[in-house]
Design a protein around this ligand. Structure first.
Ligand code: GRG
Length: 313
């Protein structure tokens, strides 16, 4: 956890991260037989040491709409884990020579450096498909039509977030903008916001919404959690851009300073550092205000929003 993280929140995040790691160990197919190399490659990236921010967000949203209901956490866990696999696939592919061409991720050499580009592409593909195996398999909905309906809504939401109008679409916009001669890849503020809302925001939003859906939240609660997470995703991205400028590669576990070097579209490039930090704090306030509209602001979701902009990795 970051040095500034409140002790109780730090304990909470650690406990949740451990529970997510345990669930991921169980849910991923074993690396065995003829598929041992592929399975090992998938596990290498999944267990390279991510924060598990998205699954923790799904679990916190489930707790927020169903406080004190332990089954809510169990029901949200498969969605959280599936999203972590999709997120990990996106990092593997993003690091490939054809995209960001990076050699360090989660504090370790990137997957294509260790296992080669072909296996890295396939490991990413495998993780994406495996996410939907998990989503359709868990939790068991035998004889529970309301759980089956929640699963279907969750699958739809996650597929949308990961797909061509979500994360993949945002990455395509990013790829086209990178390397332009102008600041921030030639994108104006609105285009930058739209790109990030797709590339990073959509999956973050789907994480919180999936947790709320799987825990049986009301339509009004789910809508507020969605709006909260939209603002949170923006805060997360701005903080990530600021960390790329101010952070150290060792703490980040990835190469710092790459955005500016590649003339990437970022908030600091467009607004400067001080204004970017202010925008991130404004986004956190907006996120918490959305929670308050459904009395969800005394939950971990609000603490997580503040943590997102104070983290150092
Ligand atoms: C290749 C389809 C495809 C998409 C790639 C998400 C993404 C799109 C690329 C990652 C590039 C990047 C660094 C984006 C900034 C925000 C972000 C996703 C940071 C990494 O997420 P963290 O901080 O990482 O949650 P950990 O390792 O903790 O899981």
């Amino acid at each position: 956890m970051s040095p500034g993280t409140d002790a109780a929140l730090g304990d909470y995040l650690r406990a949740r991260r451990d529970a997510v790691d345990c669930a991921l160990q169980r849910m991923l197919p074993p690396a065995a037989g003829r598929l041992e190399a592929l399975g090992e490659a998938m596990r290498y990236s999944v267990f390279a040491g991510g924060k598990r921010f998205r699954p923790i967000l799904a679990l916190a949203a489930a707790e927020a709409v169903a406080p004190g209901d332990a089954s809510a956490i169990d029901r949200a866990m498969p969605a959280g884990c599936a999203i972590e696999l999709i997120h990990t696939y996106s990092l593997i592919h993003d690091d490939l020579p054809a995209m960001d061409n990076d050699t360090l991720r989660r504090g370790k050499p990137t997957l294509h450096v260790v296992h080669g580009e072909g296996i890295a592409i396939l490991a990413g593909d495998g993780l994406l498909a495996e996410a939907f195996v998990i989503l359709s398999r868990e939790p068991d909905d035998a004889g529970r039509p309301e759980i089956a309906a929640r699963k279907l809504a969750t699958i739809r939401r996650i597929a949308d977030a990961a797909g061509a109008t979500g994360m993949v679409g945002g990455q395509a916009i990013d790829l086209q903008a990178a390397g332009h001669a102008h600041d921030a890849g030639g994108l104006d503020a609105e285009s930058l916001r739209d790109m990030h809302a797709r590339k990073t925001g959509a999956l973050i939003r789907a994480s919180a919404v999936s947790g709320a859906i799987m825990a049986g939240g009301s339509a009004a609660q789910i809508a507020r959690v969605d709006d909260y997470a939209a603002a949170l995703g923006l805060a997360f991205q701005i903080a990530d851009d600021v960390l790329d400028v101010e952070g150290a590669s060792a703490a980040l576990g990835k190469t710092a300073g790459k955005d500016a070097a590649a003339n990437k579209p970022t908030y600091p490039a467009l607004f400067g550092l001080a204004a970017s930090k202010r925008l991130a704090r404004d986004a956190v306030d907006a996120a918490v205000a959305e929670l308050a509209r459904e009395q969800l602001h005394r939950s971990r979701l609000a603490e997580i929003a503040h943590w997102v902009v104070s983290r150092t990795s």
